[in-house]
Write a protein that binds this ligand. Structure first.
Ligand code: PMP
Length: 404
């Protein structure tokens, strides 16, 4: 069992007031808050070892390089990748998706198919659409049902020898659905398709095992898992990363450059052109250490309690409807109140110190499916409490009274 009050003292922002009220932060799906160890590690890097990496012979450059590569090793262990060079530092999930989608332009031909799911964030739709426009491949969509679950029988029939890559999120940001990715990966492999997993919403809640999943790619962002913004990881199987062309050209990613021809560096450097976010990459390792210290079993237990309690309390509100009622769900509640625009609720409860997300959550196709402009999304983290849920429920009731 977590001592939540103690955990909360790790996060300085949680004791702040917003609009004169104690902050209730339920926008964890957008970005998580940062513990003091992470905040301190950023200053420590700049105070003590700031230097460019992989090039200098001087001591600071070596210290910074060691810290950066040590962090890569931590991330490798965290997701159980076979090799450290399969773990690429990126600026976030979006970067990882674009890197792979861009690489597939050298593989796809007209008539090939890319499967995406109906539950995706725009960043796992648009790069694949761009890829299809560029190559003449066709984008096909795995549909979902009213509970916000992907329909596996439809998935099975969509798969064929034309399918070259399947891309799906591990957990949906808009509804919280946990997708059956192991099943989807195995099925895709039966037809010879690669599988890209968007793990942005999964890594704050669980520890993915990329070897057990056997996915070809797995991308996530550091900022959603207690790490700094502008950081992320793209895992790719060695064979795939060797096959794909580089995404960006520049320093660091070359073996030899002449005006006639350039040869590329080995993995992971082939995909890491230019000076990276050195501080961010190092501190992402600190964030992962922090989350492992809290423990993912503890995180899941606390978040499940919050999900169950939050669902039950919110359903007390007259006219409230929850979107996303899948059996497998993480601590996200997306809802609307009859006759009231989500934005109006969000604005009023913000005045009471409560941060929730309102709108389409960068998942317009999900909103279109339900024929709604958007939802109010409360997304809980392990440092949230039932008392905070009570505060939100009372605030929503007040807002409802004002608006109706
Ligand atoms: N995919 C999903 C499921 C997400 O929730 C997000 C962030 N909201 C992204 C991709 C994009 O992540 P980032 O903006 O950190 O690149």
């Amino acid at each position: 069992m977590l001592d939540i009050n103690k955990i909360r003292t790790d996060f300085p922002i949680l004791s702040q007031k917003v609009n004169g009220k104690p902050l209730v932060y339920f926008d964890n799906g957008a970005t998580s808050q940062k513990p003091q160890v992470v905040i301190d590690a950023i200053s420590k890097y700049y105070q003590e070892i700031n230097a460019n990496i992989h090039r200098g012979v001087h001591t600071l450059s070596q210290l910074a390089t060691d810290a950066y590569e040590n962090s890569r090793g931590k991330l490798q262990n965290h997701i159980n990748a076979k090799f450290a060079h399969e773990v690429l530092f990126t600026s976030g999930t979006t970067h990882g998706i674009n890197l792979v989608a861009n690489g597939f332009a050298s593989i796809l031909k007209p008539g090939d198919e890319v499967l995406v799911s109906a539950l995706e964030h725009h960043s796992n739709i648009v790069p694949w659409q761009m890829l299809c426009e560029k190559t003449g491949a066709t984008l096909r969509v795995i549909p979902m049902n009213e509970d916000g679950e992907l329909i596996m029988s439809e998935y099975d029939t969509l798969l064929s020898d034309k399918t070259k890559i399947v891309t799906v999120n591990h957990i949906s940001n808009a509804l919280g659905t946990v997708n059956p990715i192991k099943y989807m990966i195995d099925k895709a492999h039966e037809v010879g398709a690669a599988v890209f997993i968007d793990g942005a919403q999964a890594v704050p809640h669980l520890k993915p095992d990329v070897q057990e999943l056997d996915c070809d790619f797995y991308a996530f962002s550091g900022h959603k898992m207690c790490g700094p913004t502008g950081t992320g990881i793209l895992y790719g199987k060695e064979a795939w990363l060797n096959k794909l062309p580089p995404y960006q050209g520049g320093g660091e990613m070359i073996k030899e450059v002449t005006f006639e021809k350039t040869t590329y560096a080995e993995l992971p450097h082939k995909f890491e052109a230019g000076t990276p976010n050195i501080a961010g990459g190092i501190v992402l390792g600190t964030a992962v250490d922090y989350m492992n210290e809290v423990g993912f079993e503890n995180i899941q237990q606390q978040e499940l309690e919050l999900l169950e309690y939050g669902t039950q309390r919110l359903l007390e509100i007259k006219g409230l409807k929850i979107f996303g009622t899948a059996a497998a769900k993480t601590s996200v509640i997306s809802f609307n109140i009859e006759g009231i625009h989500p934005y109006d609720i969000g604005t009023i409860i913000d005045k009471l110190g409560i941060a929730v997300r309102t709108g389409h959550h960068c998942a317009q196709p999900v909103m279109n499916f339900f024929c709604i402009p958007g939802t109010i999304r409360a997304s809980f983290a392990f440092y949230n409490t039932k008392e905070e849920i009570d505060v939100m429920v009372e605030a929503i009731k007040k807002a409802q009274l004002m608006l109706s």
